[in-house]
Ligand binder design. Structure first.
Ligand code: GLY
Length: 375
């Protein structure tokens, strides 16, 4: 569904809406370009009793996005702004504690609303602060990176890292609203932008062969950030994610686990390469390459599948290999994956373009071989 808003200078802008259908916790994802100034109106329309906004923003984009948004919101309600240092290091218990103290200091109560402005780190951290403060207050996600627009801002996964494990403490806490202004991608660097495309490619592989073919046709346009192509890619990714989340909100049936295609390898790549060596999206691209090869060795897919996926990842500027990949270091990390059941590794593996399955794999030699193939 598309609505329009006329609160901007110039012609009316089209706002696309996607519903995340979760009964009384349903919410819309709104996608538009150049609607930053209209965001307070959209928030007020969805949250008519807004009296106190707690904006949590990545400090790297505070000047461009967080401060103007807080300024506009403060014309409507009490508004406080916290800027958080960029990077995975902020997804910590220490930073969470600082946010709780800040919220208390600012007089936050159960009617306050947390507004997360930034990428996945900010969304996960501020989301968990909202989930846990006063036993849970409302949350609005305003993602400003491609990866957070197509993945982490939708579906309610929030949390922080422990020293020994990524995302080990958290909660499912659905936002009230997700607002995607594609213009915010103008402040995203090329490497992070391409990282987001890894998750976009993932949606084609896991659920939509037609979308995969569209991505093949439009790889150059996406790489060049063509606005129409970018908006379509975000919209289709969000539609797929919304449907998966609606079917399996808490990842209990196995359906939601398909969103983790490539991620078991990716988390081990990130952990053994040292956090920061690869972006999450780059690690997911290499992880999907490893998963495709594991699937091929199990006769689930053929060479043509692997070639098509490799070619698309290459066309959008993503890596498919890591010369230092070490199975003996990666596999112990993979054994700590949340999908491990009764000590057996489980992988999301493709059976064709547009379809994957969650399945156990006890053949560690094949897992090792898939890693080595991507060196
Ligand atoms: N990023 C995977 C999920 O939301 O389930």
């Amino acid at each position: 569904m598309a609505t329009s808003h006329a609160s901007l200078d110039g012609p009316e802008q089209s706002v696309q809406r996607i519903a995340v259908a979760l009964g009384d916790r349903s919410y819309p994802i709104m996608i538009a370009a150049d609607f930053w100034d209209a965001i307070p109106d959209e928030i007020a329309a969805e949250v008519p009793d807004l009296t106190h906004a707690l904006v949590v923003c990545d400090e790297a984009i505070a000047h461009r996005w967080g401060e103007p948004l807080s300024q506009r919101l403060s014309e409507r309600c009490r508004c406080d702004l916290a800027n958080v240092a960029s990077g995975e290091v902020s997804k910590s218990l220490e930073m969470l504690g600082q946010l709780w103290d800040w919220m208390l200091d600012k007089g936050a109560d159960r009617r306050s609303v947390v507004i997360a402005v930034g990428g996945g780190v900010i969304g996960d951290l501020a989301g968990f602060a909202a989930a846990s403060y006063a036993r849970g207050i409302r949350l609005i996600q305003v993602p400003t990176t491609l990866l957070s627009m197509v993945d982490s801002s939708v579906g309610g996964k929030t949390g922080v890292n422990l020293e020994g494990g990524k995302n080990m403490v958290g909660a499912f806490w659905q936002p009230t609203l997700v607002l995607i202004d594609t213009s915010t991608l103008s402040t995203l660097g090329d490497r992070d932008y391409r990282g987001g495309l890894a998750e976009v490619v993932k949606y084609g592989v896991i659920d939509d062969a037609e979308f995969f073919a569209w991505l093949e046709q439009n790889a150059a346009a996406l790489l060049n950030r063509d606005p129409a192509a970018v908006t379509h890619a975000i919209r289709r990714s969000c539609e797929i994610k919304a449907a998966v989340v609606a079917a399996d909100e808490r990842e209990t049936s196995g359906r939601r686990a398909i969103l983790n295609y490539g991620h078991t390898f990716a988390h081990a790549i990130e952990a053994t390469a040292g956090y920061g060596a690869f972006s999450h999206g780059e690690a997911v691209a290499i992880g999907m390459s490893m998963a495709a090869r594991l699937a091929r060795s199990l006769s689930l897919v053929d060479d043509a599948f692997v070639t098509r996926q490799d070619d698309l990842l290459a066309a959008v500027g993503l890596p498919r290999s890591w010369p230092d990949a070490a199975p003996e270091e990666m596999i112990p990390v993979m054994k700590t994956d949340k999908k491990v059941a009764h000590s057996v590794l489980r992988f999301v593996l493709p059976t064709r373009i547009g379809q994957v399955e969650l399945m156990p794999c006890e053949a560690i030699d094949l897992v090792e071989a898939a890693i080595v193939e991507c060196r």
